[in-house]
Design a protein around this ligand. Structure first.
Ligand code: C2E
Ligand code: MG
Ligand code: MG
Ligand code: MG
Length: 284
């Protein structure tokens, strides 16, 4: 009997594993194909000045098309891309597409800074700095319109190397944002040593700040920290007017979230920047 049960549970386990492996294979195939065809999609989420309502920039977010005309979330393929090394090509394509878009907006008279996510694995690449320089040169985007978003874990894993890389990036006048701030190690001593420009308050704190006084304390502490270190501050994941008003009251100058604007494709973001312009005339 025991033997049977063991055989059964092995069977279930094997089926689950099979499903997982098929999913992984499927995402892998789609990702490889998209990379080969330069067909990754990049969406842009606007960032706003919370007081004036003016758009102050965008964050670029990669998207992979599925078979039903929808998109697969990066949460479902970034890790895979990191494990397989595909992240380097992915990163390069997203960076290039983002810079091309920002250059078009600049040329159309609506200069807009684009922030590109860089994962921890990409940050270990000794060619990262050269790649950024090469893409800026190729797309002719002035470096002040580019920002890189890195996470605390990317910086902490290899601390001295990270400081050097960041200094080289800062020298190019590309700005640097610390993403998901508050969820990682948050060691205060390194904040002083890294050449950072922006702190992004993680969306989990914004989500909970009106119902959980600890989350609220963390949010206001991060805002004060940013002020005293002369860093710009961006709140992520603003979904309600109450959250937006509270953040404004606490002195948070800029924010992004579904309340203010969802991630959208290049054409839609361009419409937002240039409402009077018909995209088809200009860009297709
Ligand atoms: P992130 O950089 O922290 O990006 C913010 C995520 O929050 C995005 O999810 C965005 O769509 C979502 N978001 C924006 N506003 C709201 C809101 O009001 N409520 C909620 N619940 N979510 C909101 P997305 O696009 O699925 O990306 C997830 C993560 O994947 C990103 O987190 C980033 O870490 C990573 N990622 C996205 N694009 C890239 C990329 O091109 N390269 C790399 N290396 N990582 C990327
Ligand atoms: Mg980000
Ligand atoms: Mg984030
Ligand atoms: Mg995140």
């Amino acid at each position: 009997k025991a033997k049977n049960e063991a055989a059964n549970s092995y069977c279930y386990f094997s089926t689950d594993l099979q499903v997982e492996m098929n999913k992984r294979l499927d995402v892998g195939n789609k990702l490889r194909k998209a990379l080969e065809n330069n067909a990754l999609d990049v969406h842009y989420q606007p960032k706003y000045d919370l007081r004036s309502g003016e758009m102050v920039g965008v964050e670029s977010l990669v998207r992979l098309s599925d078979d039903e005309g929808g998109f697969i979330s990066p949460l479902n393929f970034i890790e895979y891309a990191e494990e397989t090394g595909l992240i380097f090509r992915l990163g390069e394509q997203v960076l290039e597409k983002s810079c091309i878009s920002a250059k078009r907006w600049l040329d159309a008279g609506v200069p807009t800074k684009v922030a590109v996510n860089i994962s921890a694995k990409q940050f270990t690449d000794s060619k990262l700095v050269d790649t950024v320089a090469m893409i800026l040169e190729k797309t002719q985007l002035p470096s002040k319109y580019l920002e890189l978003e890195v996470t605390e874990s990317a910086l902490i894993e290899n601390y001295e190397y990270a400081v050097n890389q960041l200094k080289l990036i800062a020298k190019m006048k590309v700005s640097i944002a610390l993403d998901d701030f508050g969820t990682g190690y948050s060691s205060l001593s390194y904040l002083r040593l890294f050449p950072l420009n922006v702190l992004k308050i993680d969306q989990s704190f914004v989500r909970d700040m009106l119902t959980d006084s600890q989350a609220l304390d963390i949010v206001s502490t991060i805002i004060e920290l940013a002020h005293s270190l002369h860093l710009q501050i961006v709140a992520e994941g603003i979904e309600t007017a109450e959250q937006k008003n509270k953040l404004d009251e606490l002195g948070c100058a800029t924010g992004q979230g579904y309340l203010l604007g969802k991630p959208m494709n290049y054409e839609s973001l361009t419409q937002l920047l240039l409402p009077s312009l018909h995209n088809n005339d200009q860009y297709v």
